[in-house]
Design a binder for this molecule. Structure first.
Ligand code: R1P
Length: 303
């Protein structure tokens, strides 16, 4: 666990202002954020920043890297996998950053459309897929619940799609709804005999419910949902968080193929600047954002 004493059970923060799981404090995270699952991907993306000012790994495995890109502070954070980790990251980040947040998830996914390995899918929105535990006890209901979709930020999404299309080609960029499953296996329709998952019909029911479903992964809906319900500093609306998602196709579910490590590395290199550029163009000034005084970027922005 954390080495620090937390000050409360409701909102545990250490004496020097660090959150319990992500372990960052005010001035260590920027308003512009790229979130990924894998710490190696975070470090590869960070190589495209002009200067790295902070790297910190928490006792729960969150890796936070803050630096300067095009004279503006940007944070890249690796959060691990699944909706719970996204929830920890978004909520604890909101506790330590003043002003609006723009968050882009740059993740990986399984394609359930014509997108192939090496292509990128941008999410127009995302829906959750959860295992229905009642089914496995009583068998009276459907084994999986498909939840209503939440939209991505349209401006940020279009900007990412057009910037990624420049190096990759428009034929390799797809857009549509992403299914955020609560498992890589059962609730993404992967089959096997070790567990009774009752998921043979799941992919068909995803397509029946969402004709524009293009990918399955594990975090997009939680990010978009938390952006949707985020409030201003005094609990006011409109939401203080805008979010978008771009996903590398790692698994081709129709062709049953998986990406090679070389292609995965190349995709990060191809997409890194597109994602960073979209974020800084989306929030081109520091006015109204987290103050520089006392932050890791203090004195760095005019350099
Ligand atoms: C599963 O392998 C993980 O990869 C995908 C899924 O959403 C899940 O987190 O995303 P990342 O590559 O960003 O972790």
């Amino acid at each position: 666990m954390s080495e620090e004493q937390m000050n409360s059970a409701n909102k545990p923060i250490s004496a020097d202002g660090r959150t319990y799981h992500v372990e960052t404090k005010e001035g260590e995270m920027a308003n512009r954020i790229i979130t990924v699952g894998d710490a190696k991907r975070a470090r590869a993306l960070a190589q495209h920043m002009d200067k790295i000012l902070l790297e910190r790994e928490s006792h729960r495995g969150f890796v936070t890297i803050t630096g300067i890109y095009k004279k503006l502070p940007v944070t890249i954070i690796a959060i691990g996998m699944g909706p719970s980790m996204m929830d920890f990251f978004v909520r604890e980040t909101r506790m330590v950053v003043q002003g609006p947040l723009s968050i882009v998830r740059f993740g990986s996914c399984g394609s359930i459309c014509d997108a192939k390995i090496g292509d990128i899918i941008v999410a127009t929105g995302a829906f959750a897929i959860t295992r229905n535990y009642r089914f496995f006890s009583h068998q009276e209901e459907k084994p999986y619940i498909l939840w209503p979709a939440v939209a991505s930020d349209d401006k940020l999404t279009r900007s990412i799609a057009s910037k990624i299309a420049q190096p990759l080609g428009t034929d390799h960029v797809f857009a549509g709804l992403v299914g955020n499953a609560d498992s890589f296996y059962g609730s993404q329709g992967r089959t096997g005999s070790d567990f009774y998952d009752a998921n043979d019909a799941l992919l068909d029911s995803v397509h029946d419910s969402y004709s524009d479903a293009v990918a399955l992964e594990m975090e997009c809906h939680m990010l978009l949902h938390l952006a949707q319900v985020s409030t201003g500093p005094d609990g006011s609306l409109p939401p203080s968080i805008r979010a978008a998602c771009a996903l590398m196709v790692y698994a081709d579910r129709q062709g049953n193929k998986f990406i090679s490590p070389e292609t995965s590395k190349r995709m990060v290199e191809v997409a890194a600047r597109a994602v960073l550029d979209a974020l800084v163009e989306d929030m081109p000034s520091q006015e109204g954002l987290h103050p520089a005084a006392g932050s890791v970027w203090e004195g760095e922005l005019d350099a």
